[in-house]
Design a protein around this ligand. Structure first.
Ligand SMILES: Cc1cc2nc3c(=O)[nH]c(=O)nc-3n(C[C@H](O)[C@H](O)[C@H](O)COP(=O)(O)OP(=O)(O)OC[C@H]3O[C@@H](n4cnc5c(N)ncnc54)[C@H](O)[C@@H]3O)c2cc1C
Length: 435
């Protein structure tokens, strides 16, 4: 790694930056119980939110996790807490009408409130702040589109926003490549690793049995019960909840054919002088652009590093390749960062769906919540709770516009997204044309 043009800091590691303050738990493996009221597969936000809800209602819950607890995207994401859906409010208004558009976006607000409420009630220390977000426009057309979209959201939903012209861009972001943007003051940011550890601790304290390093290999339905087989033993249970999002395994083939794992890549820079950070991110907001192949950045909430992510198309688990690709992207957008070194690089999987909606439902007796299209900090927490409410048969609390929608797949899709490079190439082609 040495060399005069080396981008790697001395402490470079291929590991999520978040794991420094929130290391993945190393723990003794507890025994796999013969019986449980409910088995949750996956220990990210979705699984823990569901487990916490169920245990608080007196259910005996076991959570099986293939890696150490929270090994998936929940300890790897950027920590943006937003209210975004792949469909804009304006698009839903035009295609589905006012009632539906408002219903959907009110639920995005509910999901946001679910996270902030949980953090407050459970007193989870995770650097949560309503810091606001800056959305950078890739072209004048995007800028105009944003202005229309946020005006509609102000009118129908009461959401505040403020447009920033290209001339004033440096008040929000130290880059010349964008065409202005919008400030959304209502959105938040947190430390995803600490948020996850907080949820884990609350779920365990409530009585959930969270077992890491225990991948589920088979789930068999037998009348009104299931046998969930893991690498270390089997549990019989009445209810199974699948919370595996971008890591959905072969043990649940029906779901695996319906979610498309998408790789997100991130880096953390070395510590930066205050003046440098102030120049790049003058106001401590989360920031992302309007590209199809999205770029996102923020200040680390607990140090003077810049966190930068994007390039979901690189199909590699090589830490140095990831670091170089993302560093290259960063210096294209922020040329002043050229000589800044990289301390951490990592990747993780989110999940898209063919209809671009998140889904919660029940198939073959098994409950599921997944497909958050990279908005899983709020949606995972929220739909994990909704999934638990389905198990508890609390119909009013379980109600959501995202429940029991048709969950499409394609006849040619088996769960391996071989087409990702082509999709990303198309994204890049559209982005180069500002579309
Ligand atoms: C780089 C990156 C940046 C992102 N940034 C943001 C952001 O800023 N804001 C936002 O809202 N969203 C973001 N996301 C998306 C968000 O992180 C996810 O949507 C969310 O964490 C999903 O949570 P989850 O609990 O459903 O799944 P995960 O946290 O991915 O957990 C699924 C778990 O299932 C486990 N599992 C899989 N198979 C098995 C098995 N057979 N047995 C047992 N366990 C199994 C996996 O090991 C994994 O731990 C980002 C994602 C990535 C990758």
């Amino acid at each position: 790694m040495a060399g005069s043009h080396d981008i790697f800091a001395d402490d470079f590691r291929f590991e999520p930056y978040w794991w420094t303050a929130a290391p993945r738990p190393e723990e003794d493996l507890g025994y796999v119980p013969d019986k449980a009221d409910a088995v949750v597969v996956g220990s990210g936000y979705t699984g823990l939110s569901a487990a916490l809800t169920l245990t608080r209602e007196g259910r005996h819950v076991v959570v099986f996790e293939a890696g150490p607890a929270g090994y998936g995207a929940s300890s790897r994401n950027a920590g943006f807490v937003g209210k975004s859906l792949k469909y804009s409010f304006g698009h839903l208004l035009e295609t589905k009408g006012e009632a539906y558009a408002v219903e959907v976006y009110r639920e995005m607000q509910d999901a946001f409130d679910c996270v902030t409420g949980l953090i407050e009630q459970e007193q989870i220390t995770c650097h949560y702040r309503q810091c606001g977000r800056y959305m950078a426009a890739n072209s004048p057309v995007h800028y105009e589109g944003m202005a229309r979209e946020y005006e509609l959201r102000r009118k129908y939903l009461g959401d505040e926003s403020e447009m920033v012209s290209k001339q004033d861009q440096h008040t929000a972001l130290g880059s010349d490549i964008y065409h202005g943007g919008a400030i959304l003051p209502g959105l938040g940011g947190l430390h995803p690793g600490l948020y996850h550890l907080g949820l884990l601790q609350r779920a365990r304290n409530a009585g959930a049995n969270v077992l890491g390093h225990t991948p589920v290999t088979k789930i068999v339905r037998d009348g009104s019960e299931f046998t969930v087989t893991t690498s270390r033993g089997a549990t019989r249970t009445r209810d199974v909840l699948i919370a595996t999002n971008g890591y959905t395994p072969k043990a649940t083939p029906w779901l695996r054919r319906r979610v498309i794992p998408f790789r997100g890549l991130m880096i953390a820079t070395e510590e930066l002088p205050k003046e440098k950070l102030d120049q790049i991110v003058p106001v401590d907001r989360t920031i992302h652009d309007f590209n199809n192949n999205l770029t996102y950045l923020r200040r680390a909430p607990d140090s003077s590093r810049l966190l930068f992510g994007g390039r979901t198309g690189l199909m590699s688990d090589d830490g140095e390749k990831i670091a170089r690709a993302i560093h290259g992207r960063m210096t294209k957008i922020l040329p002043d960062m050229e000589n800044v070194k990289v301390s951490r690089a990592w990747n993780g999987f989110g999940a898209g769906t063919f209809d671009l909606y998140p889904h919660v439902g029940t198939h073959d007796g098994m409950h599921y919540a997944l497909g958050y299209c990279f908005a899983g900090v709020p949606m995972g927490t929220y739909l994990g709770r909704k999934m638990a409410m389905r198990v508890l048969q609390k119909d009013r609390d379980a109600k959501t516009v995202f429940a029991d929608r048709p969950f499409p797949t394609k006849w040619w899709y088996g769960g391996t997204p071989w087409f990702t490079p082509a999709v990303v190439a198309r994204f890049n082609w559209l982005d180069a044309r500002g579309r």
